[in-house]
Design a protein around this ligand. Structure first.
Ligand code: GDP
Ligand code: GDP
Length: 493
């Protein structure tokens, strides 16, 4: 597995929108019938007609389709191979179309080897894999687990599918849904470095008109960050938001709220689109909304689920007058955000009111630790001290939000993770050596938030202590403060 950070990246940036069509890198979609190649093809070329067939055997009516794919700012040529169809009658697994596909393989540099994430690995998938290894030597292959919208990490179905897909031997699989569009950002992140590398080596400078922009990030930087600013009434959420908006380009302003849900705010912070969700949380200005009802709105799971990052605003003056950094309701919101897998940033507002106080320093310095104790579910929670009224600290808030979002989107290659694991295991004297658990390999199955699977040999399971140790180590070593990291275990028998 290639490690993207291993070699220094060229500073030349390829503008994929400007490469001549004939020079575009080509990606071929390969897989047994019915895995969703046509569906992905249609999504990539942005065609929504009913080109997807429902039966596995209608490939006779299909040609190899060729189109220009758009994925974020990436442009590439995409070929739908119509499958390496099995010809059961002839007794050979790969038949006529296989030969045809073999010919077009030469036209492509990359292949998306698609499987159906729900079905698990089918014998025909293994045949396709074997066939690819034999015939597609020059091709860079990414395994795509399609129909992933039907799986989830809670039941572990996604993890088992990923484990199976990994064993095809083509590196880290990615999960997506051609039908719903879920995971297209992950596909972008996987393809971008490959296409970029290809373009840098096979396309001359003149063929790329316009270079030099400094964008070298992944698609997560193109998609709006969904931010929820939450907190009890009167802590200063609206004031903080206004301070932030003054500074940045507002794309969609707060519409004077007819109903709470009609309010939408979108703005740009350092070139990134930020979309404010859970506006009900900061709209609580009128008397009636300062009651418990606005609290229940803030707590609502639905709102938190829409956010990537939750900024929880606390009132410094209340902290100074009380004995705890957070009131019970605030702890509830923070914990819920973390349980829902959101990135968390804590904002302590109104520090201007503490300035005169004698014990100012000690008041402030105790807060992060206290917060951490109250929310043990996630470590390294970033805490930002601001005065929204004076406009102080608003930039720090946004910087923390963006940083947290980026960590939330982090993807670590399996090779790097396993090198890390070796170090961690040697660092730790696992509690009971007689049942020293054997993690066969460790892989990230999902980002947003980062979710990992430890594949165990046999029936051995990690103890809670070990699991906590592993989680803590991964957070510390990869700097994932404020991010709910998940580790699951699967046995490899
Ligand atoms: P192909 O034979 O590999 O080209 O597969 P198709 O694109 O024709 O898809 C086969 C079937 O799977 C169709 O019924 C699609 O609607 C369905 N399908 C494709 N992608 C997805 C997906 O992401 N999720 C779900 N649930 N179904 C999908
Ligand atoms: P929300 O209900 O959370 O949206 O809170 P508001 O933004 O409406 O603020 C509630 C009150 O706190 C208002 O009177 C604000 O002027 C005041 N306030 C907000 N931020 C600060 C701050 O940083 N310092 C001080 N001293 N007052 C603030």
């Amino acid at each position: 597995v290639d490690e993207p950070n291993a070699k220094p990246r060229s500073l030349r940036v390829v503008d994929f929108t400007k490469i001549h069509i004939d020079k575009l890198p080509t990606v071929i979609l390969i897989g047994r019938p019915n895995v969703g190649k046509s569906a992905l093809f249609n999504r990539l070329i942005r065609r929504r007609e009913a080109l997807v067939y429902n039966t596995p055997n209608d490939h006779v009516t299909r040609d190899i389709r060729d189109g220009v794919a758009k994925l974020g700012d990436l442009r590439f040529r995409v070929l739908d191979s119509a499958g390496l169809e099995a010809e059961a009658s002839s007794g050979s697994v790969l038949g006529r179309t296989a030969t045809m596909t073999e010919n077009i393989l030469e036209r492509a540099q990359f292949a998306l080897f698609m499987i159906d994430a729900r079905d698990g690995l089918q014998p025909m998938d293994l045949d396709v894999g074997k066939w690819l290894r034999k015939h597609a030597k020059g091709l860079k292959i990414i395994v795509v687990m399609n129909k992933a919208e039907l799986l989830d990490e809670i039941t572990g179905s996604l993890a088992s599918a990923a484990g199976a897909a990994y064993r095809l031997g083509f590196g880290d699989p990615i999960a997506l849904s051609a039908e719903t569009g879920l995971g297209m950002a992950v596909l972008y992140s996987a393809l971008r470095p490959l296409l970029e590398d290809y373009a840098l080596h096979s396309i001359t400078e003149e063929e790329i008109c316009g270079t030099g922009s400094s964008e070298n990030e992944d698609v997560s930087s193109k998609l709006p960050i969904q931010l929820a600013i939450v907190g009890r009434p009167n802590v200063g959420k609206s004031t903080l938001l206004n301070a932030i908006l003054q500074e940045n380009r507002v794309l969609v302003g707060p519409e004077a709220g007819l109903t709470r849900d009609s309010v939408r705010v979108q703005f740009q912070y350092e070139g990134r689109n930020i979309f404010l969700v859970d506006t009900a949380g900061w709209l609580g200005r009128t008397g009636q909304e300062k009651g418990p009802s606005s609290l229940s709105i803030m707590q609502s799971r639905k709102h938190l689920m829409r956010a990537h990052v939750v900024a929880l605003v606390l009132d410094a003056e209340e902290i100074a007058s009380g004995r705890r950094s957070m009131k019970h309701s605030e702890v509830v919101i923070a914990r819920r955000a973390v349980e829902e897998g959101r990135g968390l940033v804590v904002v302590v507002n109104k520090i201007d009111l503490l300035k005169g106080k004698r014990n100012y320093e000690s008041l402030i310095s105790a807060v992060p630790e206290e917060i951490q104790t109250l929310i043990p579910q996630v470590s390294g929670i970033p805490v930002v001290f601001v005065s929204a009224l004076e406009g102080k600290g608003r930039i720090a808030v946004m910087r923390e939000v963006v940083e947290t979002y980026e960590k939330w989107c982090l993807r670590l290659p399996t090779a790097r993770l396993n090198r890390w694991l070796c170090k961690v295991m040697s660092r730790h004297s696992w509690k009971d050596n007689s049942t020293q658990p054997k993690i066969k390999y460790f892989t990230q199955v999902k980002a947003r938030p980062p979710t990992f699977v430890a594949f165990m040999s046999g029936k051995i399971q990690l103890s809670d202590t070990e699991l906590r140790f592993l989680t803590r180590s991964i957070k510390e070593d990869f700097d994932l403060g404020g991010i709910p990291v998940r580790i699951m275990q699967r046995s490899l028998s």
